[in-house]
Design a protein around this ligand. Structure first.
Ligand code: FEO
Length: 369
């Protein structure tokens, strides 16, 4: 599909993926790859290994692979490089462009694949004829190798994972979907992938500040056109850690409904204080949805009954996942029911404290309320 000028989208849709390293993707995702036709032909990013043949077929509809001169590898995570061992032998004239970390990771993942590599740094330019591609490394957004590439003449940013969304519905362009849905999906993606790297995102946004941007082509989901300014503003807000001081997220699991009843009472209590409350039962919702809600919430209350002297495994998984994503400056509370020993409340509290949270006094219920 032509995006603009001589730039094509040649990526693939993975409508079936439901868990993306721990993150629930109920509507699948895409692995976007872009082809730039110019005097020198450039391929930007690849796709996950099982989709290599589909990528090859998409490229062949536009140009024979042996005519590709440049392959830009903005990120080595295998959802964007898995096709590398199949693509490289078909592009004998191609040079691969990436960061130092990119080169090391490509050799580590694909030791049998021989390729010519061109190391690029911040501000380096690749001229392909009528187009100029500027390289903008963005380390730890979200891997050491991560990079974005700016196409000067079209004011277009190939942003890789940044500004992505896991939407595998087959749509390509922002105009094909309601903006509120697209922004919600981008928030979901930020909360579950990018959240630990706010400082690095701020550095990326500072790099981009002096560049006019009319199109953002991420490596997952839809291309931003009319709302580039809006999604950049949201990234600024999320990276700065701005939250709603009056929003509470309650995350719980329950055995015989006492912890569930506690969650309902806590929700009613905080709603009576004019606070927005989102209550998430992990028997129904995936924990990554809880992270999405926590993106802009000041408070997180976590409830688990005690089972075999422990918290419930669903709550342990959520806490482990949340700690990894490192939300900052939140206020937490542990609650839960118990029959005789009641360790879960202390265990949850310890995890919230280890996540750096200020804690409200925990709440316990014996047997029933
Ligand atoms: Fe979409 Fe970090 O891979």
């Amino acid at each position: 599909m032509k995006i603009k000028g001589d730039i094509y989208s040649v990526g693939v849709v993975d409508k079936d993926v439901r868990i993306f390293h721990g993150y629930a993707t109920p509507i699948g995702t895409t692995y976007n790859s872009y082809l730039i036709i110019d005097e020198k032909i450039t391929l930007v990013d690849l796709v996950k290994a099982p989709f290599a043949e589909e990528l090859i077929a998409n490229i062949k509809k536009i140009v024979p692979l042996e005519k590709i001169d440049n392959i830009i590898c903005n990120h080595v995570e295998p959802d964007h490089s898995g096709a590398f061992p199949k693509i490289i032998p078909l592009c004998p004239n191609a040079k691969v462009y990436g960061t130092l970390a990119c080169e090391k990771e490509l050799h580590a993942y694909y030791p049998e694949t021989k390729f010519e590599f061109q190391l690029v740094k911040q501000g380096d330019n690749l001229n392909t004829g009528k187009y100029n591609l500027n390289f903008c490394p963005m380390p730890m957004v979200h891997w050491p190798d991560s990079m974005s590439t700016y196409l000067v003449e079209e004011k277009l940013l190939f942003s890789n994972d940044a500004f992505g969304q896991h939407i595998g519905t087959g749509q390509h362009l922002e105009e094909e979907i309601e903006l509120s849905i697209l922004l919600d999906q981008a928030a979901d993606y930020y909360a579950n992938i990018v959240l630990p790297f706010g400082g690095q995102v701020e550095r990326l946004l500072a790099q981009l500040a002096n560049r006019p941007i009319q199109l953002i082509c991420p490596s997952h989901g839809l291309i931003w056109s009319n709302s580039c300014g809006e999604i950049i503003a949201r990234y600024q807000k999320w990276a700065a850690g701005e939250v709603n001081q009056a929003k509470v997220v309650i995350v719980y699991d329950t055995m015989w409904h006492t912890t569930e009843k506690m969650a309902a009472l806590i929700a009613a209590e905080f709603r009576a204080k004019a606070m927005e409350v989102v209550s998430i039962n992990l028997q129904i919702e995936h924990y990554s949805y809880a992270m999405t809600q926590l993106l802009d919430a000041k408070y997180v209350f976590v409830g688990s009954p005690t089972l075999n002297n422990q918290m419930l495994p669903s709550i342990a998984a959520f806490l482990c996942y949340m700690r990894g994503l490192r939300p900052k400056d939140r206020i937490g509370m542990a609650f839960g029911s118990y029959g005789w020993s009641g360790e879960s409340i202390t265990l949850v509290q310890e995890q919230l404290k280890a996540a750096g949270m200020e804690l409200l006094e925990s709440r316990k219920a014996l047997w029933n309320i």
